[in-house]
Design a protein around this ligand. Structure first.
Ligand code: MN
Length: 230
């Protein structure tokens, strides 16, 4: 180990179904406007040739949900339930759509928590989304299900309940850009590596979360994530 002048921070990790070993998180890439119904509710449209990407810091993950603190600096914290893709191998440069899924270690479900008021202000001024998206504890994420146990993920339904009420749901087949297409597009911009997560975008129904709210997110027959806003 290389000596360090301050203590090395512990790496963010996720739990893995069927394993005592954990998945170390490197980067979190997020796809915007990947469901047409959500793009429409945000007053935007889907650009089939031009996916929207943004990032969260790796240590924004909240493993296995649980207590998620209400963040400072907002009065409008929104939920966005999303399929989470975890990469288990480094890409060798540009990723081909045909072989992109070979990079995938497993799948989970997560919340892309969003300070919607800050995002709206940033959009209005043409400013970056970082404070709206990349804050502490902004990525509660389930355990990961390794691909061998995940079955046909893309035939499944993504959903979110808040306090027992269904808020968001969509077949994953409604995604505008598939996982393979997203990995291809991301690889034009970044060197994708093992440990990277990709949040695949959210369907319609985004809305506010308040302290005390309980969330239950899932991909049917695959994985669930539960927790509450503290
Ligand atoms: Mn999102």
């Amino acid at each position: 180990m290389i000596p360090t002048v301050i203590a090395l921070p512990p790496p963010p990790t996720l739990s893995v179904r069927g394993s005592a070993a954990r998945f170390p998180v490197r980067r979190i890439y997020c796809v915007g406007r990947n469901f047409a119904d959500h793009a429409k509710e945000m007053g935007a449209s889907v650009d089939r040739g031009n996916p929207v990407f943004f990032m969260k810091p790796g240590d924004a993950v909240v493993a296995d949900g649980g207590a998620v603190p209400y963040p400072p600096g907002t009065r409008d914290l929104h939920h966005e339930v999303e399929l989470v893709v975890a990469l288990g191998r480094d890409a060798d440069g540009l990723v081909d759509v045909a072989t992109a899924l070979d990079l995938v270690y497993g799948y989970g479900v997560g919340l892309d928590l969003t300070r919607r008021d800050l995002q709206a202000a940033a959009k209005a001024k043409g400013l970056p989304w970082d404070t709206a998206k990349g804050f502490d504890h902004s990525a509660p994420t389930s355990e990961l299900v390794p691909v061998a146990e995940a079955g046909d993920v893309f035939a499944r339904r993504l959903w979110l309940q808040v306090n027992g009420e269904l808020r968001q749901q969509s077949p994953l087949q409604e995604m505008v850009f598939s996982v393979a297409e997203v990995l291809h597009e991301l690889s034009k911009l970044y060197a994708l590596k093992a440990g990277d997560l990709v949040f695949m975008g959210t369907p319609a129904g985004v809305a506010a979360l308040s302290p005390g709210d309980r969330f239950l997110a899932g991909v049917d027959g695959l994985v669930e994530l539960s927790g509450h806003i503290a």
